[in-house]
Design a protein around this ligand. Sequence first.
Ligand SMILES: Cc1cc2nc3c(=O)[nH]c(=O)nc-3n(C[C@H](O)[C@H](O)[C@H](O)COP(=O)(O)OP(=O)(O)OC[C@H]3O[C@@H](n4cnc5c(N)ncnc54)[C@H](O)[C@@H]3O)c2cc1C
Length: 398
Amino acid sequence: MLSAIDLEDPAFVEEVRRFARSTLSTQTRAKVLNGKLPDRAERTHWQRALVEKGWGAPAWPVAFGGTGWGVVRRHVFDEILAEEGAPNPPVFGMGMLAPVLMKFGSADQQERFLPRILTMDDFWCQGFSEPGAGSDLASVRTRAEREGDHWRINGQKIWTTLAHVADWMFALVRTSQEESKHKGLSIVMIDMRAPGITVRPIITLDGEHEVNEVFFDDVRIPAENLIGAPGQGWTHARYLLSLERTGIARVGQSKREIARLKALAARQRTPFGTLLGDPQFARRIASLEIALMALELTTLRMLGAMESGQAPGPEANILKIRGSELQQALTEAMMDAVGSHTQAYDPHAWADGTHEDPVGPPEAGALAGTYFNTRKVSIYGGSNEIQRNIIASRALGL
Ligand SMILES: Cc1cc2nc3c(=O)[nH]c(=O)nc-3n(C[C@H](O)[C@H](O)[C@H](O)COP(=O)(O)OP(=O)(O)OC[C@H]3O[C@@H](n4cnc5c(N)ncnc54)[C@H](O)[C@@H]3O)c2cc1C
């Protein structure tokens, strides 16, 4: 497939590809390419290799260990690594909390937390959503009450991705009861080993344990773990969420999945050859490729504008919608390509130490899991309905 990123800087593209191919372990790569989550040890290993190369946190300022690259080069880097089957960067710590600490945190907080985020000595989760506070995030009810040099926390979070393996959570909590619900919120950093925290798994449709409920029962955290001054949490949360949306189109990941779809279709026999040669299916793949090229070009156009100083506009919301729809359409095409073989899906087939042969063709094994898991992409990062509301009101003035 013709790729806009290959036109950017061929020597750089080649260097990143070579590094990924020579550094990624076969097992980690195989997991990512088959839609499985690498474990914490595998992710840490990869992240530390990037740090050693000087590529650990491309988006961070050089003073904090970043590369100083512009947004377009960072995008190209992320997309190549996604195509090559590298684990996603530790998004909650590196992509969300770190920029908030750099902009609003104290020097002590920056010194204490940023280096450990970079090396993944600390693994973070995001505690924003609650039952009754998802799209309407300002309705957060988890309370933090000041008691001397501590905050005492009570309440519940939900859908907390990877809370069961995280060392720390940054959480949106209510530090005072104000008339406007947007006021009185703060972001606090909570040590997940603190007494009074209970993490309960939520097993999703794909049979995996990725998200959790987290309960706080008189959890005490030091006063200095609050970011900025009490009551500034809404400003911090909005800044953080604006960062979340720009990276969500996942062009590199979708390129990887188109290659996987073609390989799958080439292996499915039909009375006239293979599914890849079937005119109807070939047309379906072509329309997905065209949509992906349009997404990539729009992404690069937005990033180019950002590089020359413009803030991301409604393009960021459009990219989130189109990127997530495309990811879902790709998993649907793959399910259709292998048909009933996906029924053989066994979530444990990929677990280390499993020696049983898969039922049906091996490439069908993890497809249903990926299909079910990908339903989430139109929900998180601000659901697609909420994105449409934003486009309607801010871009179209409706
Ligand atoms: C797999 C997964 C992982 C997640 N990980 C995290 C995490 O790590 N940390 C975290 O804090 N949160 C996480 N979330 C939570 C996610 O951010 C919320 O699910 C999301 O914001 C939607 O909120 P909700 O679930 O409360 O649904 P609701 O807000 O109750 O929405 C329900 C439905 O109503 C629609 N809707 C709501 N309001 C409007 C409106 N005004 N106009 C039109 N339609 C509307 C929504 O689009 C949705 O279809 C995760 C969610 C999922 C599914």
